[in-house]
Structure formats: structure tokens, C-alpha cells
Design a protein around this ligand. Structure first.
Ligand SMILES: Nc1nc2c(ncn2[C@@H]2O[C@H](COP(=O)(O)OP(=O)(O)OP(=O)(O)O)[C@@H](O)[C@H]2O)c(=O)[nH]1
Ligand SMILES: [Mg+2]
Length: 313
């Protein structure tokens, strides 16, 4: 265990890969593992980059990494794709577009799929972020596709959530429906080389103004063209300044505290569920639900029955 922690702390990328695979596969890292690394995970700045498919998130992160390196900051990237069963290196080439950093000790990139099992993905992504933080990465970036429910979980896993939109991202109503205003700390209008970028920024500004919350800093809006790198240095400065601002006014600590509590709750929920679904109870559920038109019990009644039934394994 001590050797393992040492290898992580000394930024051994082979060890990082191995440990992250274990997290993905639900293999134990030893009882005290997360306790041992806890103190090492506190300093990293965690940034979530979310937005619709094809918005240019990966292209943007790729450029952002270069700017971070120019500023002597090391970077970890966790690319979370709930729709993909693939994991590890499989999709790195296509989806993540960051191969140029493959042999750089200051950059560690990992993509994570769902293995067909959405539960626990956000928790695992956070654990993976912790491993990268423990290896000394200054900035951890989480890339997620903002389409379903999943991205809200990852938004809770970071210090700053950046929502990437493109000029085609649609009207006011759609933006609000998407719940993006709710989760965004920062907006990027990417593909600003296209028509309509200015219009979208203005629209966003108006919407944000209407929805301004007292307890939250109004999210800044920045324009980028990730494919040429335009606006990325400004984005870096903007994010760092936003982070400092959040730090100074106490919002960062509040957010981190909330995140810590949420994580404890998630771990407990996962553990309780895991303990609950013994093979007996799984069998009971299967046997009580052979065909949909023969089910007599309401789902509440069946749940109640399972909850009170002995669940020998
Ligand atoms: N015109 C233009 N194209 C861009 C820009 N940024 C990215 N692209 C292109 O948009 C396409 C999608 O880019 P990605 O970086 O893969 O987008 P993504 O959001 O990571 O996509 P997913 O991970 O699949 O959701 C690529 O063909 C990029 O070259 C931009 O600023 N302007
Ligand atoms: Mg991508």
C-alpha cells in the first residue's frame, strides 16, 4: 500500500492507469487507500466542461491544456461518456483529440465509459479525479456530454462548471429547459467563427440577468474558436480569476463542503443498495415480475415486501 501511494504521489503514470482501471472495475484498492490519499487531493482545481455533443469540448480542452502547460500548471483530464461502453484508451484517439500529450508527464488523460451501468459513474469519475490530484496535477478537467441527467452529477463534482455552447445552440427557452443555467458557473460560446455567436452571447447575457441569483456570482460569458485556439488564453485567465473570486467570497468552500457531503451520501446509498440486493431479493424481484400483465401488486407493495423480507445471500 505504501509503495502504491508513493508511486501515485511521484506521478508514475503506469501506476495511475492501473489504479484507475481498478476503480472502474470496482476492484478494491485496500480499505485505507482513500484515507491515505485524502490529504493529497485537496489542492487541485476541478473544472467541469460540459455541453452538447460536438460543441468542441475536446478541441477546447486540447488547446486549454497547452495554455495550462505554458503557465506551469499540470493537467489531468477525465473524459466521461455515459453513452459509451468503452473505456481506457479505446476512444482516446477519436473522442478526446489529445494524443499529442501522450508522453507528457504533466498531462494525464483518461476516458471513462459507463460499462452499461450508469450508477456509480459520477462517483468513480470523482475517485479518478482524486487519483490525478494525488499525483500532483494542478488542474483536473472533467469532460461530459450535457444531454441527459448524468451531467448534473458531474457538475456537482467540480469547483467550476463550464457550459460550452455553439451559435446553433438555440433559443432562450431551450437553454432554460436544458437546466444549463442552473449548473453553469461559466459560459463559453465556442465556434465563434460561425455566424450567430454574438447573438447567442447577448441572449445568454439577458437570460442570466433575469435569472440572477443572490447567492451565486453571475456566470461570465466568453467567446472562443477552439479549432484555431482563439480565446483560449483569455478563457484560462477568466477561469483562474473566477476561481480566485469564488475562493475569496467563500463560495468555493461552500461548494466543496456541499460536494463532500454529497459524496458521503452517494457512497452510503451505493453501499446500502449493494447490501440490499442479495441473490434472494434479486430472485424475489424476478419471480414476482414474470410478465407485466400478471403483476397484481403495485410497485410500492412489492418494494415494501422486499424491504421487509429476509434477504439471505
Ligand atoms: N468551426 C469550428 N469548428 C470547431 C471549433 N471547435 C471544434 N470544432 C470542430 O467541431 C467538431 C467536434 O469537436 P470535438 O472537440 O470533438 O467536440 P466535442 O464537444 O468534444 O464532441 P463530443 O465529445 O463527441 O461530444 C470537430 O470537427 C472540431 O474540429 C470551432 O471553434 N470552430
Ligand atoms: Mg469530446
Amino acid at each position: 500500500m505504501e509503495k502504491l501511494i508513493q508511486n501515485i504521489q511521484s506521478n508514475n503514470h503506469v501506476t495511475l492507469s492501473r489504479v484507475i482501471s481498478k476503480i472502474e472495475n470496482n476492484e478494491s484498492l485496500g480499505e485505507d487507500f482513500f484515507q491515505e490519499i485524502h490529504a493529497l487531493t485537496q489542492d487541485a482545481i476541478r473544472i467541469g466542461i460540459t455541453g452538447p455533443p460536438g460543441a468542441g469540448k475536446s478541441t477546447l480542452i486540447n488547446e486549454f491544456i497547452s495554455v495550462c502547460l505554458n503557465n506551469q500548471k499540470s493537467v489531468g483530464v477525465v473524459a466521461v461518456d455515459p453513452t459509451s461502453p468503452f473505456t481506457g484508451g479505446a476512444l482516446l484517439g477519436d473522442r478526446v483529440r489529445m494524443n499529442q500529450f501522450l508522453w507528457n508527464d504533466d498531462v494525464f488523460i483518461r476516458s471513462m465509459g459507463s460499462h452499461g451501468d450508469l450508477g456509480g459513474l459520477a462517483r468513480k469519475a470523482q475517485d479518478v479525479g482524486d487519483i490525478m490530484a494525488a499525483s500532483g496535477k494542478d488542474i483536473i478537467i472533467f469532460e461530459t456530454v450535457g444531454v441527459g441527467q448524468g451531467e448534473h452529477d458531474v457538475a456537482k463534482a467540480v469547483d467550476i462548471t463550464v457550459v460550452v455552447l455553439v451559435p446553433e445552440s438555440g433559443d432562450e427557452i431551450q437553454l432554460m429547459k436544458a437546466g444549463l443555467i442552473e449548473i453553469a458557473d461559466f459560459f463559453v460560446v465556442n465556434k465563434s467563427d460561425r455566424e450567430g455567436a454574438g447573438r447567442l452571447s447577448q441572449l445568454l447575457k439577458n437570460v442570466l440577468h433575469t435569472f440572477a441569483k443572490k447567492d451565486k456570482i453571475e456566470p461570465p460569458i466568453m467567446n472562443t474558436t477552439a479549432s484555431t485556439g482563439e480565446g483560449i488564453s483569455e478563457l484560462y485567465l477568466g477561469l483562474m480569476s473566477h476561481f480566485n473570486h469564488m475562493n475569496q467570497n467563500g463560495y468555493l468552500n461552500e461548494k466543496r463542503l456541499f460536494r463532500y457531503r454529497k459524496r458521503v451520501q452517494d457512497i452510503i446509498r451505493e453501499n446500502l443498495e449493494l447490501a440490499f440486493w442479495t441473490s434472494d431479493r434479486n430472485k424475489s424481484l424476478q419471480e414476482s415480475t414474470i410478465a407485466v400483465d400478471s403483476i397484481q401488486k403495485s410497485p410500492y407493495a412489492l418494494a415494501q415486501l422486499l424491504l421487509t423480507e429476509e434477504g439471505n445471500d
